[in-house]
Design a protein around this ligand. Structure first.
Ligand SMILES: [Mn+2]
Length: 478
């Protein structure tokens, strides 16, 4: 006798388990002799080898494993936008959502195909249960695509994901719980690293917050020691963060609309995470990272796609956005800097260059020394601290109130840190050769790292040597 089990799947749809991965991914494999990085800037051959529902390590803190989530959480619409994504990566993203979420919490997955070369990349996935596919009929960019997906969403909560993610165990419940408690919270998971070369699911530090530098580039900041100590009693407590990485977050749909969604005049990609982070904080909401939620993401070193019209043309009028912020009674940026991101050093009007002073992957570093100590170089860590310098209008190179000082004006002599003094010619420097070198004004010698390992930085006769090439993170003079 045959017993049939009824599986409730809509007509024409299949369960993800029944989706033909080999047929879908097989159509776009990397041919022998082709560069596996050419299309996606990650190793597509390795990505294609993996099963769509491969097992990944549970990277959560132990405390998360016993946690009970509220039973009456709101459902979410998952919005995934993509442009020419590798099929295997896109499919794994979709499958991991379906596999790792309680079914009643995922109302739908909305794939927004931002005019990929092959419309089938998205269209074929529309066969999978809960997946809806929207395709732009021209390239719109990330922001307008996300807004299109959000507008089509029918669940009360929006979950935005990148198209090369893998959701981990119970990733969704802790995010939804925080948003259900307070609609003005915008939350994101800890983003685990998936290695772009071998696709190993690596994990991530739980001691990071999102921040930015003055080139307005997102970066991860280590929590201060004080912040880490405060968390020892409750290591899985939500982490207030000045900035979200941008690709992965959960937000109440009504709140997203109230706050002005995204700026529809923003093109292509980038900067939108800073913009929405500032807006959420300044307009009364908050941003959190929820440690019990983990989602893997393939981090790349390069953009895989082109910027139509060039990346320098993505500017537009922000008049209507300014009016909106007025209407919403948003606080000024100064408030954000002082209250949300007090760790960030703000360049003042005296600075003409600012940030780390870089030489390749190394940065000028106080090495923890104070007055009369030498300075050296150390691997750049982008966390400010001992690597934070400013060149000021009065020509000093400053770290806090210590200045680079040429004690002895002969080539080969060590540079010392000394308290900054006005009008001390031993502390006057200028940038030369298109801001690529630092020359001591009084001696015409250049800052040099050739003896960094034998004592410290020195001044030397200026030359084309790479040990004299220094670049500030941010140059405010042209
Ligand atoms: Mn991404």
């Amino acid at each position: 006798m045959c017993v049939c089990v009824c599986v409730c799947v809509h007509p024409g749809k299949v369960r993800w388990q029944d989706f033909d991965q080999d047929l879908y991914v097989g159509a776009t494999v990397v041919r022998p002799g082709q560069d596996p990085y050419a299309r996606n800037k990650f190793n597509q051959v390795e990505s294609d080898k993996l099963r769509m529902d491969r097992a990944v390590p549970d990277t959560r803190h132990d405390h998360c494993r016993h946690k009970q989530w509220k039973s009456d959480l709101p459902a979410s619409s998952v919005v995934i936008t993509f442009h020419n994504e590798a099929r295997s990566a896109l499919l794994r993203t979709v499958v991991s959502v379906l596999k790792k979420s309680p079914p009643h919490l995922v109302k739908e997955i909305i794939l927004v195909d931002d005019y990929s070369d092959n419309p089938e990349d998205g269209a074929l996935l529309g066969k999978i249960e809960k997946v809806r596919v929207l395709r732009n009929d021209r390239r719109e960019g990330l922001m307008r695509s996300r807004v299109r997906g959000a507008d089509a969403a029918t669940a009360p909560v929006l979950t935005f994901l990148d198209s090369h993610c893998e959701c981990n165990d119970h990733w969704l419940e802790p995010l939804l719980e925080r948003v259900a408690e307070d609609k003005t919270r915008v939350v994101s998971p800890i983003i685990d690293v998936i290695n772009m070369d071998n696709f190993q699911y690596v994990g991530a530090s739980a001691d990071l917050k999102g921040g930015f530098d003055w080139n307005l580039v997102f970066k991860w900041d280590y929590m201060t020691q004080e912040q880490r100590r405060a968390r020892q009693g409750n290591p899985i407590a939500p982490i207030k963060t000045p900035m979200i990485a941008g690709g992965l977050f959960v937000m109440d749909k009504e709140y997203f609309e109230q706050l002005g969604k995204y700026d529809m005049m923003m093109d292509v990609w980038g900067g939108e995470n800073l913009e929405i982070s500032f807006r959420v904080w300044q307009c009364g909401g908050s941003l959190e990272i929820i440690p019990c939620s983990r989602v893997g993401h393939v981090f790349r070193k390069q953009h895989p796609y082109t910027f139509p019209g060039g990346s320098g043309t993505v500017f537009a009028s922000i008049q209507s956005r300014l009016e909106m912020k007025k209407r919403l009674n948003c606080k000024p940026f100064k408030w954000y800097l002082e209250n949300v991101y007090p760790e960030l050093r703000v360049p003042d009007h005296q600075d003409i260059a600012f940030g780390a002073l870089q030489q390749g992957g190394n940065c000028l570093d106080t090495l923890g020394h104070f007055a009369d100590g030498v300075v050296g170089v150390y691997e750049c860590h982008n966390a400010g601290g001992n690597q934070e310098w400013a060149l000021t209008k009065d020509k000093s190179v400053k770290h806090m109130d210590l200045c680079l000082t040429v004690v002895d004006r002969t080539a080969g002599s060590l540079i010392k840190l000394q308290g900054c003094r006005e009008n001390d010619s031993r502390q006057k420097w200028e940038q030369i050769e298109s801001n690529s070198k630092l020359r001591h004004v009084g001696s015409n010698l250049c800052l040099d790292s050739r003896s960094a390992r034998m004592g410290g930085l020195t001044v030397e006769v200026c030359s084309p040597s790479l040990t004299q090439q220094w670049k500030f993170t941010l140059n405010l003079q042209s």
